[in-house]
Design a protein around this ligand. Structure first.
Ligand SMILES: [Zn+2]
Length: 402
């Protein structure tokens, strides 16, 4: 049996003891709980214990993490960044199992237990990215759950051959169909979305569409996505990533109402100076807002470290959040909400839930969002997988506790 004592959980003030057995939480009780000889005991010493963190949007197939430093180009448009990546990815050995693995280990060390990653699929790279990420997912099974989106980064309607590759990707490890700026990049909004929704409906997969298009164009596309989600009866399985058009004031409230009714979620990574959806308005309208990191240290840009607590802080900061309840809404974007977007029911600090525990150096969950403290200990299913910010893996964690 595992007992984590003197733990402060989100939404509580009095320290509790979390008891776990066979990887599951069997009790959460105020004060200390008498154990038995042979119990493993972790004294949290009044620190905060968070559930496993969930990254709802990354691109581990693109990353150069752990490799040589490569300067990204100072260009302005998505199309220019895609073209730059196409020209240089082979020379840098992308997609790379080694770089992706190094990044996954950093994510785990920062407390991440679940990840959705968008993997490029196009006639140039074929399914090499999907296969590489699938192998990385197998390598870290039991430590982190990795879900792949088959992502037409190079265009869908305008890039012949991509649609059939997306279908093949579903058989090779992808469980979600992606899309990219149906109007702004692919210049064929209806054909693009029909292809994505048809493929998802016929393969039983979810949908997660990159939408950088802003203003009235992005808002119009989001309205279209909400309508198609209802028509295809895919409510609860569709997400719009980035969703910069949600910041368009004339249509924001109407879009939130449409998304709530249709069951469309928002995913955002608080990138650069791009718009961030409103935390409180999303919560009040019942729209799931999940956090991601987007690309990390790749040919698109130099930033990122895979830390979802830092991303929650950025989402709160960009929302001008000051009070605790808004900081906790930001925490939800990288825990509860993100788990729901990924369709992960087995998540959360509750009796019967998984013993996925992240011990952080903060006195409350709100302080953890504001200060982004070190991750002292990360447990997956009751096993230490990272300690003091260093990945140890399931085997290493067991050895440390013996
Ligand atoms: Zn992305």
């Amino acid at each position: 049996m595992l007992r984590v004592t003197n733990a402060v959980l989100p939404g509580r003030t009095a320290p509790v003891t979390v008891v776990a057995e066979d990887g599951r939480i069997t009790a959460i009780q105020e004060g200390d709980v008498a154990g038995a000889p042979g119990d493993r005991v972790i004294d949290a010493e009044g620190r905060t214990v968070l559930p496993g963190l969930v990254n709802a949007h990354a691109h581990i197939d693109k990353t150069l993490y752990g490799g040589p430093w490569v300067s990204a180009p100072q260009v302005e448009t998505v199309a220019e960044r895609v073209a730059h990546e196409r020209r240089h990815r082979d020379a840098h050995g992308l997609p790379s199992r080694e770089y992706a693995s190094a990044l996954v280990e950093a994510m785990v060390a920062a407390g991440t237990t679940h990840l959705r990653t968008h993997t490029d699929v196009d006639p140039g790279v074929g399914l090499r990215g999907i296969e590489a990420v699938a192998e990385v997912a197998r390598r870290y099974r039991g430590v982190i759950d990795i879900e792949q989106v088959a992502f037409p980064q190079g265009g869908l309607v305008t890039n012949p051959g991509t649609l059939s590759l997306l279908r093949d990707a579903v058989g090779a490890g992808a469980s979600v169909i992606g899309g990219l700026d149906p109007a702004g990049f692919d210049d064929a909004p209806n054909a693009h979305l029909e292809a994505v929704f048809d493929l998802a409906a016929s393969t039983g997969t979810g949908i997660d569409i990159h939408l950088h298009d802003g203003g009235s164009l992005g808002a119009w596309e989001m309205g279209l996505i909400a309508r198609m989600t209802r028509e295809y009866d895919l409510g609860g399985r569709v997400a719009v990533s980035h969703a910069f058009g949600i910041a368009h004031p004339p249509t924001r409230v109407r879009l939130l109402e449409q998304f709530a009714e249709a069951g469309v979620a928002l995913v955002n990574a608080a990138v650069y100076d791009a718009p961030v959806p409103p935390l409180r308005a999303c919560a009040e309208h019942g729209v799931l807002l999940a956090g991601g990191t987007d690309g990390i240290n790749d040919l698109w840009g130099p930033f990122g470290d895979g830390d979802m607590l830092r991303r929650a802080m950025l989402i709160a900061y960009r929302n001008s959040s000051r009070c605790d309840d808004e900081l906790l809404l930001a925490l939800d974007t990288v825990t509860t909400n993100a788990a729901r977007v990924l369709g992960v029911d087995d998540h959360g600090l509750r009796v019967g839930g998984p013993a996925d525990l992240v011990v952080v150096g903060a006195r409350s969950a709100a302080e953890a969002v504001a200060k982004v403290p070190a991750r002292d200990l990360v447990l997956r299913a009751g096993t230490v997988v990272a300690r003091d910010g260093v990945f140890v893996g399931a085997e290493g964690g067991n050895a440390l506790l013996r």
